[in-house]
Design a protein around this ligand. Sequence first.
Ligand SMILES: Cc1cc2nc3c(=O)[nH]c(=O)nc-3n(C[C@H](O)[C@H](O)[C@H](O)COP(=O)(O)OP(=O)(O)OC[C@H]3O[C@@H](n4cnc5c(N)ncnc54)[C@H](O)[C@@H]3O)c2cc1C
Length: 375
Amino acid sequence: MRKGARLFDIVIVGAGAAGIGLGVTLRDLGIENFVILDRSAVGASFLRWPRQTRFITPSFNSNQFGILDLNSICLQTSPAYSVGVEHPTGEEYAGYLRGVAKHFGLPVETGIDVLSVTTGTRPKGFRVKTNRGYVRARFVVWAGGEMQYPRTHDFQGAELCLHYSKVISFDDLSGDERCIIGGSESGIDAAVALAAAGRRAVVFDREEPWNRRGPDPSELLSPFTKARLNSAMDSGRVTLRGGCTVTGVRRNANGYRLAFEDGDVVHCAEKPILASGFAGSASLVRSLFDWQDNDFPLLTENDESTVTRGLFLVGPQVRQGDIIFCFIYKFRQRFAVVANQIARRLRVSTEPLEEYRQHGMYLDDLSCCSDDCAC
Ligand SMILES: Cc1cc2nc3c(=O)[nH]c(=O)nc-3n(C[C@H](O)[C@H](O)[C@H](O)COP(=O)(O)OP(=O)(O)OC[C@H]3O[C@@H](n4cnc5c(N)ncnc54)[C@H](O)[C@@H]3O)c2cc1C
């Protein structure tokens, strides 16, 4: 251990929606000796959203009637109230997160990139290596999110494409037409934004996510996106092609050549947009988790690593069996589960978490997440 490494009870990696939300929960429990480290800024991933992208989950200041704004990360706050719009942009939402961090006096340190996390026996706990030296902690809560860790290796040549997460503004992209690989939320968001900018977009997907039906909003296009897609389709600028599995992308003299599983080939003049999802930040500490289908860390019922005691995960990569916590209104309900475990081990009273339960912010009984939806 390098001399002088600072020692905390808890290090939270990431000051996004998950890291800030968990920080408030720890504060509500009266826990003081923790730090939130971020390589960039509070809400940095939201600041990187394409300029045209907006929240698909609507915000409404419904807190007064006991229904927390869908995009709130903690009790008694509401982006609808502080930002004043129903579908905030990434920049607006980052403003809300900064406001929460300031209001609760959270110990956020920015410009600190966490490079690795290792476990030690003497002293017990974690050794967190950053670009500015080491910190030590008894618990690490991983809240590094997904946005900054795109998936770019699904097929040969995927790295030649422009990943959705790297787009600054769809208005500034060159060309009259773009091919988009992936037709879920981000692919359709790209198509809609291109159509609004007067361009054409052709969306390829191995299935037809735009026609999917079912009870779990994590697997469907949101109503907000469906409505925008319908208008874009009416403009004639968007073409949807389902049943198209891309197997490779090659660069040639005229642009890009997309090859498909059935032998079909499509030519694109401009760099294709890759909207096939994210590898997720937990991949940075891969060896500290066991993995489910290679994509999702295996977790105990308290969202702790099954192989590294004291390491917890919060945010959209959390899965419990088939239950997906990809939206803020879902994963925020697990902050109290993690905070409860940490508080017990620190011998801190967990009584303040009762209020969380009353407000739907403490989801430890997952039997409620059924797919009942009568109409
Ligand atoms: C385009 C887009 C639209 C979305 N729309 C919605 C929506 O409408 N509603 C909804 O509920 N969800 C939406 N989501 C999902 C939601 O935004 C994410 O689930 C949310 O950002 C996750 O929060 P997080 O704190 O886990 O991750 P992030 O917001 O990504 O925060 C992670 C933080 O960790 C920092 N970090 C990462 N790695 C390191 C490291 N090694 N060292 C130090 N710091 C690090 C980053 O700088 C970042 O600030 C959307 C996601 C995307 C990409």
